[in-house]
Design a binder for this molecule. Structure first.
Ligand code: HAM
Length: 422
């Protein structure tokens, strides 16, 4: 039986990996220009980190985690997201005792056992940022401005930024009671999942994708109307800061996010037109997370973008030319007996920063020339009897077909001169 990639995973071949490199570079450059620095955490963590961080009642923890016991019977989980691991690092390395805020970015694979469809995978990739150590609403604005900056650098202008405040634990608890009370007589009209959510986390009924559930609860009390004075003030300062920086947003009463750690500012960025999975990124404040994981009371805010969904959006924009890395030189060895000289020359070219390659398939000189043409190398260097005996190399410019006989130093500087001018 042929072994295939597991369901919900896929391979990225070289023609596509250039697109990834393009997006990753834009994200990295944008984050660094905002003072964020890269962090890398393990692909698996103790299961407890996500149970306590993301929340037992969330879809992620209750049904989507790849959890397994290792050979020492420790329960480990492939990371479904990157915020809880960053909070763990902050605590474990005592980073919180240094200068705050701490601003990190990360990218890499995440794992969720979800039903695969366009834009939804079991191994997917996120680019995320986390800023710990300040609850200043201007930091919320800065994080959202970075998100929008990434979209603008990618040429994605038709996004919708949804914004809400989910309040602090005090106003959210009071709101929860109000919502339970409102939904109680309407429960029978909700979908199966929402009936479950009613008991576990009634706020999640608000962001159910099923229209009938929205119809059932029309006129529900909003969290916005239940915010305490601190949360109200915080939210309005975030909104003013965004407005003053020319960022448009949609206040969205239904936006509650699917992870338990959020408090105050919550946001999502959507690209209508990329299919059912239009939420390309999401984030918010998580002021209680570090404390819930056993650390000090340190606030935080961040977001994560789904790379696959961004790629879908870029593809939809139409054919964009992504430059493929090409060879500068191809060494053609005219006769087997000069293989060693060919290999030595190849190594020298590479050491001098020239992207070079040769054939290892035992092809004839003519076939190697044909192969060199396919690699789109700008130059071919011929290694034949005359070259080896007389101590020069023949350089052929594949663009204008001109040919020169040059010593090694001259050869290298001629190639470098052309590639540096590119
Ligand atoms: P999230 O909303 O669960 O938030 O995920 C963020 C983004 O990851 C989504 O908007 C989506 O683009 C992408 N994503 C999620 N699941 C999948 C999937 N199965 N397949 C493809 N893409 C997916 C978080 O993960 C939070 N940690 C974000 C955050 C950072 N909040 C504060 N800091």
């Amino acid at each position: 039986m042929q072994v295939k990639a597991p369901r919900g995973t896929y391979d990225i071949l070289p023609n596509d990996s250039v697109k990834w490199q393009y997006i990753e570079k834009i994200m990295k450059d944008s984050a660094e220009s905002f003072g964020f620095r890269e962090i890398r955490t393990p692909l698996f963590e103790h299961t407890e980190l996500f149970q306590r961080g993301v929340g037992q009642g969330t879809d992620i923890v209750s049904k989507e985690m790849y959890t397994f016991n290792d050979r020492s019977q420790r329960s480990l989980t492939l990371r479904p997201e990157g915020t809880a691991p960053c909070a763990r690092v902050l605590i474990e390395h005592g980073v919180f005792s240094g200068v705050m805020p701490v601003k990190w970015y990360y990218q890499g694979p995440m794992f969720r056992y979800d039903r695969p469809q366009t834009g939804r995978y079991r191994q997917f990739h996120q680019f995320g940022v986390e800023a710990f150590g300040s609850n200043n609403p201007y930091l919320d604005a800065e994080v959202i401005i970075l998100l929008v900056e990434i979209f603008s650098r990618l040429g994605l202008s038709d996004y919708e930024l949804h914004l809400n405040s989910v309040g602090c634990s005090v106003c959210r608890d009071a709101y929860r009671q109000k919502l339970l009370h409102y939904i109680a007589p309407l429960k029978e009209r909700l979908c199966q999942d929402c009936r479950q959510r009613y008991f576990q986390n009634p706020l999640r009924v608000l962001d159910c994708k099923i229209e009938a559930c929205h119809q059932a609860i029309v006129g529900y009390p909003t969290i916005y109307d239940s915010l305490c004075p601190y949360c109200q003030e915080h939210y309005s300062r975030v909104k003013v800061a965004l407005e003053d920086n020319g960022i448009s947003y949609i206040h969205d009463n239904n936006l509650v996010r699917g992870l338990d750690y959020y408090s105050n500012t919550a946001f999502e960025i959507h690209l209508p037109g990329i299919g059912a999975q239009s939420a390309v990124g999401g984030g918010g404040r998580y002021d209680g997370l570090v404390k819930a994981l056993g650390g000090p009371d340190i606030p935080g805010i961040g977001f994560a973008l789904g790379m696959e969904r961004l790629l879908l959006a870029l593809d939809r924009l139409g054919k964009r030319e992504f430059s493929q890395p090409s060879l500068d030189a191809f060494v053609v060895v005219m006769n087997d007996s000069y293989e060693m000289q060919g290999l030595q020359l190849l190594n020298e070219l590479r050491r001098k920063g020239i992207r070079a390659d040769k054939d290892y398939g035992g092809r004839s000189g003519k076939a190697q020339m044909k192969y060199a043409g396919k690699t789109a190398a700008r130059f071919v260097v011929l290694v034949g009897e005359e070259e080896v005996e007389k101590g020069f190399w023949t350089l052929r410019d594949m663009q204008n077909k001109e040919q020169f006989q040059l010593g090694q130093e001259e050869l290298i500087s001629s190639i470098r001169c052309v590639i540096e001018a590119k």
